[in-house]
Design a protein around this ligand. Structure first.
Ligand SMILES: [Cu+2]
Length: 154
């Protein structure tokens, strides 16, 4: 081989390598993903119905504070909760009793499903007002029998 031919081969190799890299790079580039925009919902503008209830729908619950409440005949455990205004809450009601129970806060407009003994139900909400409110079980006369507690929103 002549020097000229060697140069030609070298250039060819470099060109092929560059082309190959370019190909790999382009083929690996993922298709642009539409970003899911989750604009903060302003209750007063977008959701007047829930504004009066003092809560807003929470789509992302990755940062939510997790709270587990045990329900049995006829009490909740814990009986007091303290949370922060604007902090998303992921609340799980666990029925550790035998009768059906649920968890209701009228002032915040939230309630779990009525769940049977052994079942759980999880709700996600963000308290948007401060104060102390009662939570209770709306099944039968459970509220009167002692299934009440207090949530304080700071
Ligand atoms: Cu109950």
């Amino acid at each position: 081989m002549t020097m000229k031919n060697n140069m030609f081969v070298a250039v060819l190799i470099v060109a092929l390598a560059a082309g190959g890299l370019w190909y790999i790079k382009t083929s690996k580039t993922p298709a642009p993903v539409m970003e899911k925009t989750e604009e903060p919902v302003t209750p007063s503008k977008a959701m007047p119905a829930t504004d009066s209830a003092g809560t807003k729908e929470t789509v992302v619950d990755d940062n939510a504070k997790e709270i587990v409440i045990n329900a049995s005949e006829y009490k909740f455990s814990p009986v007091t909760l303290t949370v922060k205004k604007g902090e998303p809450i992921k609340l799980t009601l666990k029925n550790v009793g035998k009768m059906p129970h649920d968890f209701v806060i009228d002032e915040l407009g939230i309630r779990t499903k009525k769940i049977a003994g052994g079942d759980t139900d999880t709700i996600v909400f963000t308290p948007e007002k401060t104060g102390t409110f009662e939570y209770y079980c709306s099944v039968g006369s459970h509220r009167a029998l002692g299934m009440v507690g207090k949530i304080t929103i700071e």
